[in-house]
Design a protein around this ligand. Sequence first.
Ligand SMILES: Cc1cc2nc3c(=O)[nH]c(=O)nc-3n(C[C@H](O)[C@H](O)[C@H](O)COP(=O)(O)OP(=O)(O)OC[C@H]3O[C@@H](n4cnc5c(N)ncnc54)[C@H](O)[C@@H]3O)c2cc1C
Length: 355
Amino acid sequence: MAEASPERSTERLAHHRLADHTTLRLGGPADDWVRASSEDELVTAVRDADAAGRPVLLLGGGSNLVVADDGFPGVVVQIATTGLQAEGDTCGGAYVTVAAGEGWDAFVERAVTEGWVGLEALSGIPGLVGASPIQNVGAYGQEVADTIARVRTWDRVEGAFRTFAAAECGFGYRTSRFKSDPGRHVVLSVTFQLRFGDLGAPVQYAELARTLGVGIGQRAPLDEVRRAVLSLRAGKGMVLDAADRDTWSAGSFFTNPVVACEELPEGAPAWEQPDGRVKTSAAWLIERAGFSKGYGLDRGAGRVALSTKHTLALTNRGGASTAELLELAAEVRDGVRERYGVALVNEPVLVGCTL
Ligand SMILES: Cc1cc2nc3c(=O)[nH]c(=O)nc-3n(C[C@H](O)[C@H](O)[C@H](O)COP(=O)(O)OP(=O)(O)OC[C@H]3O[C@@H](n4cnc5c(N)ncnc54)[C@H](O)[C@@H]3O)c2cc1C
């Protein structure tokens, strides 16, 4: 990993506002703030805070965080580490180790340029590489669990460095051992194993296959897959764009619920799961429970609303508070429960607030 240059060393910034560091543009100030540019600074900042008994918030790109208006009563450790190392052979493909603070989409772009296969459908997801294993980011038929070889961490409970092979990461749909044991493991770097090639991995997602003009299970050139995904995502407000309020969100606010077959609402989409249950569409449930795209825009000050391009994204239209956003989230969640008896679960991490 690259060493920090002197001008990029740890910065301490008291009362920094989290709203300036989250894609929702919400969240009050932090008591203390450390920007860690090297692995050493990152571990030291976390270890010092732990020794002093101070709460720690690990901050990546802030694209999956809902932070209370009161802010964070502890130390925000902003992850700003850099570095990428690649080694490869024709049999095993490329082993690429990336520092936690590298931007996710810049890494995907590099993979497509280098001919590293397996990340192309994850183009355009905001945030940093270190957060990608936390909720096992996924989109358009791929998830990072498909290509992660290992994750190197600082274990705050053991006070030790630990490396987890993919099989030990507990990956599932939008979850992992890191998400289920929140805050315990500081992800320092992630190693991906990626095949070499000009064609992407077999396309698994119908909408993407249609756009590319291929069948499910067929392949298309890496750069074409990336372009198609970015264009589909932009049409849904799922690529960050400061000028577009539909992207002032934390992405999908609710995960797709997994329910027993007999609990599946009539007519709802269903994808069979290995445990015999079915996954259904949160967007389908929300729309049919009476919350269509843009819901909230014409109410009150219209400061929070469902995205006009995607039912699952709750957005800040400007000047909103976290309390307002959570009020809208609770209304949607309760509306779905009343209509269908299905409990929606929030995908973003809530800090200092509850739903
Ligand atoms: C417009 C938009 C579209 C999105 N689309 C998708 C999508 O298609 N698929 C998808 O899966 N997600 C999507 N997301 C959600 C989000 O981008 C991902 O979850 C992303 O991985 C979060 O990265 P981050 O660096 O912003 O993490 P943050 O929001 O900063 O942090 C998220 C959580 O991870 C923890 N964390 C962050 N870094 C580390 C680390 N190094 N070690 C330990 N813990 C850490 C934080 O403490 C927090 O609990 C979208 C979000 C937005 C705003």
